[in-house]
Write a protein that binds this ligand. Structure first.
Ligand SMILES: C[S@@+](CC[C@H](N)C(=O)[O-])C[C@H]1O[C@@H](n2cnc3c(N)ncnc32)[C@H](O)[C@@H]1O
Length: 273
């Protein structure tokens, strides 16, 4: 059930295979979207109360995402702790929208079962370190709710800096115009529905450069990859003028690393002058 057991830095310890009790207190901690300096003081204080960190692995290609978490622990913790890595169960491919929801629900159920099993094998205070913030396109809280529905579990959320905030900060841009809405969506939905009729559109989880499916002379894009990480890359400009550059750069970066995290904001900007 538990994929592997690792020690987290010199200060961490392994506990025996047979633990005495189960994890009944859990922190779900947002750790920011890549820059270790964006971990909040509140997050560090919570981490210092934790005995065992549960990390859901994403395979070798995305090992860097796990490594960022372990580096944060090494930097901020001095007490003994354990890291339990759980292999993420594979997700089936989907066809339509209804199918997508069923597949994702089933995947959450399988992940929740793995988590429940891992909690049952450990003791003390647990934590899950969540990329960015748990409120934004992350299923951790849904899984934890499922686990808590089966067994007593007291859980607390510590917020983190989202990739949306990191994007806005790096481009020095406000996510919306004065009094206007901002619509947060995925690449898949952008392809199907286009940009929001009003305001700004923020897009995450886009594996297929869905911005190439929207057009308009007045559209402007603020794009970023690997925010806060050593390979961070930013491109900004009129969509028509920078579209091809983003597609090309994205392809090169993905080929180099084997995976990519990118996010962008698009909105209509009236012509200057
Ligand atoms: C599963 S979602 C998780 C979002 C996360 N909970 C947050 O608060 O940012 C993953 C998506 O977030 C965006 N993302 C997360 N970290 C990023 C980063 N460092 N640079 C660019 N995009 C990032 C990408 O769109 C990626 O596909």
């Amino acid at each position: 059930m538990v994929g592997s057991l690792r020690t987290g830095a010199d200060r961490s310890v392994r506990c025996g295979l047979a633990c005495l009790s189960v994890v009944r207190k859990l922190y779900v901690i947002g750790i920011g979207a890549g820059d270790p300096d964006q971990v909040t003081v509140q997050a560090i204080k919570a981490m210092r109360r934790v005995d065992v960190f549960f990390v859901i692995g994403k395979g070798e290609a995305k090992r860097e995402l796990v490594d960022v978490r372990t580096a944060i622990l090494t930097e901020h913790l001095e007490h003994p702790y354990r890291i339990v890595e759980i292999a993420d169960p594979p997700r089936e491919r989907t066809v339509g929208d209804a199918d997508y929801r069923d597949v994702v629900r089933d995947w959450h159920e399988r992940r929740a079962a793995l988590l429940a099993g891992a909690f049952a094998e450990c003791e003390g205070v647990g934590a899950i370190l969540v990329w960015g913030d748990p409120s934004l396109y992350d299923s951790t809280l849904r899984m934890v709710e499922r686990v808590a529905a089966r067994a007593p579990l007291d859980y607390e959320v510590v917020p983190g800096i989202t990739s949306a905030q990191a994007l806005a900060a790096r481009h020095r841009v406000v996510l919306h115009e004065i009094g206007e809405p901002v619509h947060i969506t995925t690449g898949r939905r952008l392809r199907e529905e286009g940009i929001a009729a009003e305001g700004s559109t923020l897009v995450v989880l886009d594996g297929e450069t869905s911005f190439t499916h929207v057009s308009g002379d007045d559209l402007h894009i603020w794009w970023a990859a690997y925010l806060g990480m050593p390979d961070e890359e930013l491109i900004e400009g009129p969509l028509g003028a920078v579209r091809e550059r983003i597609v090309q750069r994205r392809e090169e970066l993905r080929a180099d690393k084997g995976w990519i995290f990118d996010i962008y904001l698009i909105r209509r900007v009236p012509p200057q002058g």
